[in-house]
Design a protein around this ligand. Sequence first.
Ligand code: NAD
Length: 360
Amino acid sequence: MEFKVLTLPGDGIGIEVTREAVRVLNHVAAKFKHKVHLTEGLLGGVAIHKTGTPLPPETEAAALEADATLMGAVGLPEFDNAPPEKRPERGLLGIRKALGVFANLRPVRAYAALIDSSPLKNHLVEGTDMIIVRELTGGMYYGTPRGISGSGPEERAINTMVYTRAEIERVTRMAMELARNRRKKVTSVDKSNVLENSQLWRKVVVEVAKDYPDIELDHLLVDNCAMQLVLAPKRFDVLVTENLFGDILSDEGAVLAGSIGMLPSASIGAKKDNGYWVGLYEPVHGSAPDIAGQNKANPLGAIGSVAAMLEYSFGLKEEAAAVNKAMEDVLNSGRVTGDLKPKGTPATTQQVGQAVCEAI
Ligand code: NAD
């Protein structure tokens, strides 16, 4: 196969971890005889420095032209007090919007080698393997009316949680398709005992599920789900939920796996005419100014994002599995960065990238 990938390393450790992710992408492509065309663009603080804006039009055009985008992280302390339109993080929201990615996928996996760094007891977390699918472009974060008005005791704030049937349907279908390639179970999370919005959510999910008789569907109220994630994380295969609930639950899911440096994420949009899926892939962590430029950052979240890209945008399951297996081998070998608390001297960012390539 042949595909075009845009890389946006961004700021801080984004640059270091993306370099290793690209090393792995090139390695796996060569091994499986695929041709990758790589281009690099500016996003975040570095883009503000060079062009005056966090998302230059050339970057947006390049992302629309590419088959998938691999991002590092954005954010520099010098912009902490800048106005919103001059902040690196604005670039992130801008590119998600430009690409129309409507579902955020966060795989959560408990690796055997990291089981002791999970805050949960080993027997609870062992074997956890789920994907949290969060609707990304609707709900409370975008709904109108919104705003703060009035003054004194009458000052009031309003936000609106709004979903259309079409928005619920497309994200539910994505969850169902993902489950088909996994353990065939979808848990839909809502608050239908209180919110009309969730009542529509549940109704549409049930209707869509009729097209997927091979998938087992269950429903959880979001408060119960928050408990179940720590009480019995193994029960989940694919969890699908709306934007605000997903924002909160995916961070709860994140701590199950140990270090934040380990976590990949994928944001997926529509299927392109060439059969590839629009996708934006990035580690969950930020630009970590405290360790930037020191060759200390864990690149496994970025490398895991490459595995996600191969699987979700290009349908290359065997290649994705090879990357995931190599990451697991490296974790088991103990050649890992300091955040994972190895017994001996920690490996550098670059050494971990090289070790993953060797293990593929
Ligand atoms: P952060 O994720 O950058 O760092 C939090 C802590 O985790 C730090 O101690 C850091 O050293 C550590 N850490 C993060 N990634 C690591 C890795 N790969 N290996 C080892 N340790 C790692 O979050 P923060 O400190 O709250 O934010 C720093 C900057 O990043 C801010 O400007 C913020 O806005 C931005 N940010 C960007 C994104 C993104 O680009 N998607 C996400 C979160 C934060």
